[in-house]
Design a protein around this ligand. Structure first.
Ligand code: LLP
Length: 423
C-alpha cells in the first residue's frame, strides 16, 4: 500500500498535490512519502517478529541513502546494512545506531574496516578467507575483536533478473557452502575476529519464496554443522530480496507476512538472533519520479512521449529492462499507446514501448511509480544532466531533501591540466 492517490482528479503524495511540488522545485524530481516508509518498516518488522525474539531489521542503505529517508527509518528503529564507508557514515549521521549496522560487500578495504571498527557495528559479513585475514590484521592493530559472519553462497537460483541475482555458485558473492566449515575453523584461529554468525543473500526482487526457503534451509544445516564443530553461532543474517509489485497486470509478490511465516517455519530450532536486510520492500513504493512531458513526437506505430527525466535519472529500465508504471498526474478518461522516452541521446533511454497509459500531451506531468528504491541513488550526470532533486512529504508538509545539482557546479568540477590552460 502506498500514499500516492488521486484527490479531486489530481495525484497527491499524502496531502500534497504533486503539481505544487513540480511548480516549486521543477522537474524531474523524486518525491518520497514518509507514511509509506513508516508503514513498510512496521509491516516488515511485525512480519518477522514471530520468527524469533528481537530481530534486527537493517535497512539496505544502498536502496535509498538520502539522509531524510535514513533518518525517517532510524526513527522507526531500523538498523542499517551498508556496503561502503560512505554508506556507514550516512547511516550514523542519520541516527542509525552503530550497534545495529551490518557491513557487507565483496571489496571492503582496510581503511574502511578500520573506520567502521572504530565507530562500532553489529557485524561484518566476510566474503572470503582473504578478507578475514585482512580484517583480523586491522582489528588486531586497533586492539579490538571484529564481530563477523561469513556470507554463504548457497548455490540457489533466485529466479530474479540475472543482474540482481547473487546466490548462484558462479556469482562473485560469498563462500561456497562446502568450503564454509574450513573457513570457520580458519577464522576461529585468527586473533582479531570474533566469529558469531552466518549470512546469506541470494538476490533482489525475488517474487517466489521457494528459493529463499531453500537457501535458509541450507544455512540451517550449516549452523548445525558449525555448532557440532564447537563454533558459537549467535546471529543469522537472512539478507533482503523480497520483491515488490512493479506491474499492475501481474500478481503481487508474496507479502511480508507470508515471508515471515516461511522464515518462522525454517528457523524454529535455530535459537539465535535473526537479522534482515530489506531495501526495496521498505522504500520502493514510497517514491515516485515526477517528470514533465517536453513534447509528443509522432512515431510508428506509437507516438514518442518525450519526458524531461532520462535514463541518467532512472536507470532501471535501461539496465534491467525494468517496468515502472507511468501515470498522468491529472488523468482523464482518454488513454493512449505510447513509447515513453527521455531526452538522452541513446536508444536505451526508453522507459516503455507500446505502453497503454493515460493520455498525456506537452507540458503534462507524469509519475514513474515504485521509484523509491535503486532510483535516485543510481543516477548519473550522463549528457551533462545535473543530478535530480529529491523531496520528502509528511502529511501536508513537504521539503527538498536533496537540492538539484547546480549545472555550473557540475561543469565547474572539471580541471584543465597546465598545458591546456590559457596563458
Ligand atoms: N543485502 C545485500 C547483501 C544486498 O546485496 C542487497 C541488495 C540487499 C540486502 C537488499 O536487497 P533488497 O531487499 O533491496 O532486494 N539495483 C538493483 C538492485 C540491486 C540489489 C543489490 N543488493 C535494482 O534496481 O533492481
Amino acid at each position: 500500500m502506498d500514499h500516492f492517490q488521486l484527490r479531486d482528479g489530481v495525484l497527491h503524495c499524502e496531502d500534497v498535490a504533486l503539481p505544487e511540488i513540480a511548480a516549486a522545485v521543477g522537474t524531474p524530481v523524486y518525491v518520497y512519502s514518509t507514511a509509506t516508509m513508516q508503514r513498510h518498516a512496521r509491516v516488515f518488522r511485525e512480519a518477522v517478529t514471530g520468527a524469533g525474539p528481537d530481530p534486527l531489521v537493517a535497512f539496505a542503505v544502498k536502496a535509498n541513502p538520502n539522509a531524510a529517508v535514513l533518518a525517517t527509518l532510524a526513527a522507526e528503529g531500523l538498523g542499517g546494512d551498508v556496503v561502503s564507508i560512505g554508506e556507514y557514515r550516512r547511516a550514523v549521521a542519520a541516527g542509525i545506531r552503530p550497534d545495529s549496522i551490518l557491513f557487507a560487500g565483496v571489496g571492503k578495504t582496510a581503511p574502511e574496516m578500520a573506520e567502521a571498527l572504530g565507530g562500532g557495528l553489529c557485524q561484518l559479513n566476510l566474503e572470503s578467507i582473504e578478507e578475514a585475514e585482512m580484517l583480523s590484521a586491522v582489528a588486531s592493530g586497533l586492539g579490538v575483536e571484529a564481530p563477523v559472519a561469513f556470507r554463504i553462497n548457497p548455490d540457489v537460483e533466485a529466479g530474479s533478473h540475472a543482474k540482481i541475482s547473487t546466490g548462484a555458485s558462479y556469482n562473485k558473492f560469498g563462500i561456497a557452502l562446502d568450503t564454509a566449515p574450513a573457513a570457520y575453523d580458519h577464522a576461529r584461529r585468527l586473533p582479531g575476529l570474533k566469529v558469531q554468525g552466518v549470512a546469506v543473500h541470494i538476490g533482489s526482487q525475488i517474487t517466489d519464496l521457494a528459493p529463499l526457503e531453500a537457501a535458509f534451509r541450507k544455512l540451517g544445516g550449516l549452523i548445525a554443522d558449525l555448532r557440532g564443530a564447537g563454533h558459537v553461532i549467535t546471529h543469522a543474517d537472512l539478507g533482503g530480496g523480497l520483491g515488490v509489485p512493479y506491474r499492475r497486470d501481474l500478481p503481487a509478490p508474496p507479502a511480508p507476512d507470508a515471508y515471515g511465516a516461511m522464515v518462522a517455519g525454517v528457523v524454529k530450532d535455530w535459537d539465535l538472533r535473526l537479522i534482515f536486510e530489506p531495501g526495496r520492500m521498505i522504500v520502493a513504493n514510497a517514491g515516485v519520479l515526477l517528470s514533465r512531458v517536453i513534447r509528443v513526437k509522432p512515431g510508428l506505430p506509437d507516438p514518442f512521449v518525450i519526458v524531461d527525466a532520462g535514463m541518467n535519472d532512472l536507470m532501471r529500465p535501461a539496465l534491467y529492462d525494468a517496468h515502472h508504471e507511468i501515470d498522468p498526474v491529472r488523468p482523464t478518461a482518454e488513454t493512449m499507446s505510447a513509447n515513453v522516452v527521455g531526452p538522452v541521446c541513446e536508444t536505451g533511454d526508453t522507459f516503455a514501448t507500446g505502453r497503454a497509459m493515460g493520455r498525456v500531451g506537452a507540458d503534462d506531468l507524469v509519475v514513474f511509480r515504485t521509484a523509491g528504491a535503486y532510483a535516485a541513488t543510481m543516477a548519473s550526470t550522463y549528457n551533462s544532466r545535473p543530478l535530480t532533486a529529491e523531496v520528502i512529504v509528511r502529511g501536508g508538509q513537504w521539503a527538498v531533501v536533496r537540492e538539484r545539482q547546480d549545472l555550473d557546479a557540475l561543469i565547474g568540477a572539471d580541471r584543465l591540466p597546465p598545458w591546456l590552460q590559457a596563458e
